[in-house]
Design a binder for this molecule. Structure first.
Ligand code: UDP
Length: 203
């Protein structure tokens, strides 16, 4: 699509999403709010409202890879002497707890969802099957991808990239905390001239 032409055309271009399908990676920390631990219902509600807004304003397909660091990280257990794989399985379960909280909140906002887990748990969620995930996205459901890769020795950043590739997503958007209080023009840890943006649009 050309950026040239009348300003009306340029405005239309600016309003068109760059990607039709995105993977949103939400760190567990994003669920915790001020406490830094556990699931804060008000924060999950805010996240869910923004997800619903993006879907309805831009019409993009959204699949969400959910982390678990607000509850448990495998490295924490391994650091305390636990078997690393065992500790990582606990981390995968933490991502599933967060995913169910997000699903509940999205559905309270009337957004159809599916949780798909990489670790099978038929009683509470569907197993992750690529073609079914694609179909859910085509039908306008938000797909919540829980349990990471289902394999220890990874974090949820890896499944975010992998699922983006296999579900033909145009972008991976990562929502994390990392001690920064908002969105800056550059990484404030690296660039002292970075300024905080108080308001941004999704575009
Ligand atoms: N995990 C794993 N395999 C995966 C994804 C996650 O073993 O494919 C475990 C790992 O222990 C990790 C924990 O789940 O520390 C929580 O995920 P992550 O650290 O990515 O959560 P986040 O930092 O995004 O909150």
């Amino acid at each position: 699509m050309s950026q040239s032409g009348t300003s009306g055309e340029a405005d239309a271009v600016a309003d068109t999403p760059r990607w039709q399908r995105i993977i949103l990676k939400l760190s567990g920390e994003a669920f915790a709010g001020e406490a830094g631990y556990g699931v804060d219902g008000a924060i999950v509600r805010q996240l869910a409202e923004e997800i619903v807004e993006v879907r309805s304003d831009l019409g993009v397909d959204i699949a969400i890879v959910v982390g678990g660091g607000n509850i448990w990280r495998g490295m924490t257990g391994a650091g305390a002497g636990m078997d690393r794989a065992q500790a990582d399985y606990m981390g995968m379960l933490a991502t599933i707890i967060n995913s169910l909280a997000l699903q509940d909140t999205l559905e309270q906002l009337n957004q159809p969802t599916r949780v798909m887990t990489a670790v099978h748990m038929e009683q509470i969620a569907e197993p992750y099957i690529r073609r079914r995930a694609m179909r859910h996205l085509e039908k306008g459901r938000v797909v919540i991808l829980a349990g990471g890769l289902g394999a220890p020795f990874f974090t949820t950043d890896t499944p975010a990239a992998l699922r983006a590739a296999e579900l033909s997503a145009g972008a991976v958007i990562k929502g994390t905390h990392s001690g920064i209080d908002g969105v800056y023009t550059a990484d404030p840890k690296l660039d002292p001239t970075a300024t905080k943006l108080d308001e941004i649009s999704y575009m």
